[in-house]
Ligand binder design. Sequence first.
Ligand SMILES: *[C@@H]1O[C@H](CO)[C@@H](O)[C@H](O)[C@H]1NC(C)=O
Ligand SMILES: *[C@@H]1O[C@H](CO)[C@@H](O)[C@H](O)[C@H]1NC(C)=O
Ligand SMILES: *[C@@H]1O[C@H](CO)[C@@H](O)[C@H](O)[C@H]1NC(C)=O
Ligand SMILES: *[C@@H]1O[C@H](CO)[C@@H](O)[C@H](O)[C@H]1NC(C)=O
Ligand SMILES: *[C@@H]1O[C@H](CO)[C@@H](O)[C@H](O)[C@H]1NC(C)=O
Length: 472
Amino acid sequence: MRHQKQLLNTNRRPTILYLVFAVSIFSLFLFAIQSSFFSGSINSHRNAETIRILSQFQSNLQQCVANRGLGLTAHIVDHCKLILKYPEGTNSTWYNAQFKKFEPLEYNYDMCETLLLWEQYRNMTTVLTREYLDVRPDGWVHYAPLRIAQLGTKKCHNKTLCEEQLNILLPAKPPFRPRQFRTCAVVGNSGDLLKTEFGKEIDSHDAVFRDNEAPVNEKYAKYVGLKRDFRLVVRGAARNMVPILNGSDNEVLIIKSVTHREINAVIKTIPNPVYLFQGIVLRRGAKGTGMKSIELALSMCDIVDMYGFTVDPGYTEWTRYFSDPRKGHNPLQGRAYYQLLECLGVIRIHSPMRSARRQDWSDVPSREMISQAHAAAFRLKKSQASDIGQFGNCKVWGHVNPDKSGPISGTSDMSDVRKFSNYSKWEVMPFKSLRKEAQNHYMQMQGVSLYKMDGNKLDDLVCVRHSLKSEV
Ligand SMILES: *[C@@H]1O[C@H](CO)[C@@H](O)[C@H](O)[C@H]1NC(C)=O
Ligand SMILES: *[C@@H]1O[C@H](CO)[C@@H](O)[C@H](O)[C@H]1NC(C)=O
Ligand SMILES: *[C@@H]1O[C@H](CO)[C@@H](O)[C@H](O)[C@H]1NC(C)=O
Ligand SMILES: *[C@@H]1O[C@H](CO)[C@@H](O)[C@H](O)[C@H]1NC(C)=O
Ligand SMILES: *[C@@H]1O[C@H](CO)[C@@H](O)[C@H](O)[C@H]1NC(C)=O
């Protein structure tokens, strides 16, 4: 009996324990449901707000394209996706021999991705530097050889070998900075330039970017201006630079793809600063110097005005202001994309058909609207992928020792003409003499320079941190 009672007792105690346990589990469960419901509703509220902002921005974009697109129209698919359409009956004169078809009259875009991409370009370094090669995994062994033609080896196990070829155009750290200039003009080579007289307007910019062999002289001054600051050149044009520069000693040359001995030999005879562009898609067809010029300009300028691109309706051939027409490429596709960029506040398009109307940018979304939409696109992406922040895309980090500033470019092999030139002007510019906006940006980025790993994707960046003390 006693034995049984004891058993009962021991039986009852656990039952109560179980009950208490079950109740507390249940209330925990309720709490969990409630709070997940609560935060869920916050999340869905935030998502709704994000999508509302983007949709609102889409309709502004649509209005902007309607006002400025010379017949182009935007058709909204969802809060990010849209289609730009040319009017029915538009002549598609460019034949793609590879795909055996004419250019389409419709183009699909993801506005959110485009916004993220081009806003990020405003913060990028677009010149190849020594710190980049030092920090990037296999930067010297695998990457440096890709930027040198005729090296005779696919890998640079002997760093000296690659240095010999690159030193002359390799600054230690970025020579140019985000927000360095307020206004910039990017001047293409279209024959359309001869239909207007943009010369004075172009020259009024803080910096002017030109392409390849574009001549700048009295003959064309009224159409293209005389100011010359930057020139983005493909490798073929680089070796012909001496007569084109014609004594314009401070014009900065930026070579788009690769250097080689012949180009290096030319560089030694001119005082101009020469660098390699960082951010090209290597080993793919050269796709428009125009887009790269905009990218280059955007990495240093607040406002980018675009002149001399073939962007008006009625394209018949690819013309150049200084020579006979050549075979063109993707005029409709280019025009649609440039229009999208204009309505995203990236560039301002100037052309014969746009010159008559008053310069009024009120139908282009304002900086405030753009940064709001950018933040929304960013949140949307963040909810899909984690670990995104100001430096969320930094896959590789490097730190620059503040006590050991590297040599300025060209010092190892200094011909007299370079020694007495201004090529180092940009590289040794004191922080204090930078534009206020550039200084503020540098502080906000905590002295970090962002570089593309490769190509157009911005999901993999090389990030180099500089000491704030060494600058300020
Ligand atoms: C398209 O091309 C045809 C033939 O070249 C021409 O007759 C027609 O006017 C052009 N249409 C437009 C809209 O330019
Ligand atoms: C590396 O290359 C340089 C320049 O071509 C050469 O002088 C040097 O001997 C090479 N070093 C080695 C270890 O091969
Ligand atoms: C080169 O510049 C000089 C003046 O600086 C000018 O007289 C000459 O015409 C220019 N040459 C060419 C080919 O543009
Ligand atoms: C160097 O730059 C200064 C100011 O930008 C300019 O006045 C001077 O002519 C330049 N010197 C050479 C050799 O280009
Ligand atoms: C670009 O730089 C600004 C500071 O000037 C910073 O606030 C912003 O987050 C950066 N944007 C991106 C996409 O890196």
